[in-house]
Write a protein that binds this ligand. Structure first.
Ligand SMILES: Nc1ncnc2c1ncn2[C@@H]1O[C@H](COP(=O)(O)OP(=O)(O)OP(=O)(O)O)[C@@H](O)[C@H]1O
Ligand SMILES: O=P(O)(O)OC[C@@]1(O)O[C@H](CO)[C@@H](O)[C@@H]1O
Length: 304
């Protein structure tokens, strides 16, 4: 089973306005809400690709209830832990550019956190744990390291998709996959990454430090897979980006959906990139048909 953990889920409120000027009243030309948070997006895309997962994490209040109901309607298994305060609302403002305002989220108390630890103790060999998204301020910033070690003890494989320096302390525990984008990779080493060679150099450093597979996504400039034995650059198809929210999560979901079926890393990478692009080119998260259509357009170049 694939378990996705979203420590800080969100209701994503997507609003479109013709323009945005600070201090003025705006009326939307379009609006929508979705259950969000990175792990939840991974579960939603896995479902669309025909792969079961169980979504867990902390939810609360009317916004938390909305997330639980939405996932139930999509027939996604959940094991959320209820906390006192409301789940956050993240605003995604679409004008000519995309602007995001992400909320802080509810406090997670010790008793609730222990329930998550208990869930991870139930995991088995061959299970996959996806730890994705930001860490609420009420939890220690090394919480992913702690959860990763627990999952390792259970024999599970762990995928981590988060930003910030905490990722550097994680890699020594041999996560199965980490997926920084090129900005996040640069932040880890205090450098700016503008070209593939530099991304390869720092991707290899993460592998040397313990990560089993590193995918560096570079939005419209392609994606890089670095492992102990290979470096591969994938192109992305050309198309109109309608909504990049969740594109990175879709890449992770596409990779896992393929990997659990074929155990073929190169194929999983190609399908992952197609899934990321399919979401970038859709208003919402992608469908399987959209992924299948884009897959042949992803060119894979071996760099060593
Ligand atoms: N302009 C684009 N054209 C084609 N594909 C894109 C584009 N932008 C994103 N993608 C697809 O989405 C994947 C992830 O994008 P990106 O590198 O922006 O990740 P991210 O920053 O983690 O995403 P996000 O945080 O928005 O979910 C890319 O590897 C690619 O497959
Ligand atoms: O604040 P975080 O946890 O870093 O990111 C949360 C978030 O921006 O990530 C998802 C897209 O990747 C959205 O569904 C959600 O609103």
């Amino acid at each position: 089973m694939i378990y996705t953990v979203t420590l800080n889920p969100s209701v994503d409120y997507i609003v479109q306005t013709e323009h945005f000027t600070e201090g003025e009243l705006h009326r939307t030309t379009n609006e929508a809400k979705f259950p969000g948070g990175k792990g939840i997006n991974v579960s939603r895309v896995l479902k669309r690709l025909g792969v079961e997962s169980k979504a867990t994490g902390f939810i609360g209040g009317f916004t938390g209830a909305y997330i639980k109901d939405s996932l139930k309607q999509e027939q996604i298994q959940t094991a959320f832990i209820e906390v006192q305060e409301d789940t956050r609302i993240n605003i995604k403002l679409k004008t000519a550019v995309e602007t995001e305002i992400n909320g802080q989220g509810p406090t997670v108390d010790d008793v609730s956190f222990q329930k998550l630890v208990d869930q991870i103790h139930q995991m088995k060999n061959d299970d996959i744990l996806v730890l994705a998204g930001s860490i609420p301020s009420s939890l220690p910033q090394d919480v992913y390291q702690h959860l990763l070690q627990l999952a390792n003890e259970q024999g599970a494989s762990v995928v981590v998709d988060t930003s910030g320096k905490a990722l550097l302390n994680l890699v020594q525990h041999r996560p199965f996959l980490i997926k920084p984008n090129h900005h996040e990779l640069g932040e880890l080493f205090d450098v700016d990454i503008h070209d593939v060679d530099t991304a390869v150099f720092y991707g290899k450093k993460l592998v040397e430090q313990g990560a089993q597979h590193v995918i560096v996504s570079m939005a419209g400039d392609g994606a890089l897979l670095v492992t102990e034995s290979a470096v591969c650059l994938a192109t992305v198809p050309k198309g109109e980006v309608k909504n990049s929210v969740g594109a990175g999560d879709s890449l992770v979901a596409g990779f896992l959906a393929s990997y659990v079926q074929s155990r073929d890393i190169a194929e999983a990478f190609q399908i992952g990139v197609a899934t990321g692009s399919a979401t970038a080119f859709s208003l919402e998260l992608c469908t399987k048909e959209e992924v299948d259509m884009l897959r042949p357009q992803i060119m894979m170049n071996n760099l060593g």
